[in-house]
Design a protein around this ligand. Sequence first.
Ligand SMILES: C[S@@+](CC[C@H](N)C(=O)[O-])C[C@H]1O[C@@H](n2cnc3c(N)ncnc32)[C@H](O)[C@@H]1O
Length: 248
Amino acid sequence: MAPCVEQIHAKSDVITGALMIEKPAGSRFSIIAEVETGETMPKRSILFALGALLLAAVAAMWATRARRNPAACPYGQRLFLDLPRPFMRRQTLRDMLDLAPGERVLEVGPGTGYYSLDVARQIAPGGRLDVLDLQQPMLDELMRRATGRGITNIEPTVGDAQDLPFPDATFNAAFLVATLGEIPDRNQTLRELLRVLKPGGRLVVGEGQPDPHMLTIDDLRSRAEAIGFVFDEQAGTPFGYFARFRLG
Ligand SMILES: C[S@@+](CC[C@H](N)C(=O)[O-])C[C@H]1O[C@@H](n2cnc3c(N)ncnc32)[C@H](O)[C@@H]1O
């Protein structure tokens, strides 16, 4: 059997071969083994490659766990929500929502309001943005920011997207960004959004990397279309997109 990686390091400063991951018969664990090829590799490059492999494996495990156990982004991690989003710009969301002054709009999972303040401005005068989030501290921070910018047409509600506390056919448009993947019952959430939209209403969903809960466009489309939404348009890239649906 080929030597395991500690033995390789002990031998010399270079490795005279290629590295392979193999699982010895009868063992639960894989090992990194050297295969003699005659080629040499500096030890530092190998350590760097192993470090990168390890980091990628940890990131993949973290993302898989997060996908299996959807959970709301904790308020303690709110600083990440303020990072720039080159693939999911406010302007793109605004274009997709196609807003007009006076409209009633719902945002589910606004967090600290990265998109909310901009949307609220677009529907003034006369329009109102309802923001619904599981976490009161997120809404408090959002409202502090709104007040600081003189925005007065946002109405916060603490609640669960799976059971929206609004009457049928209330909103002209609804949107949620980086949120659907955090919700345990995504189909129920989409059903609730369908219920509270007016006939002809628009739903825009934004999803992007590096969110471990990110939904692919194919997953989103098959869920939304099965519930009765009609896919309308998509903007962005596989790293971050907005998709617009209408009521069928
Ligand atoms: C990752 S943050 C995104 C915030 C914001 N949309 C943004 O892009 O900056 C997700 C937000 O959705 C909220 N959320 C998660 N599950 C929810 C649920 N079931 N109902 C309502 N809000 C929820 C979280 O509390 C959090 O504020």
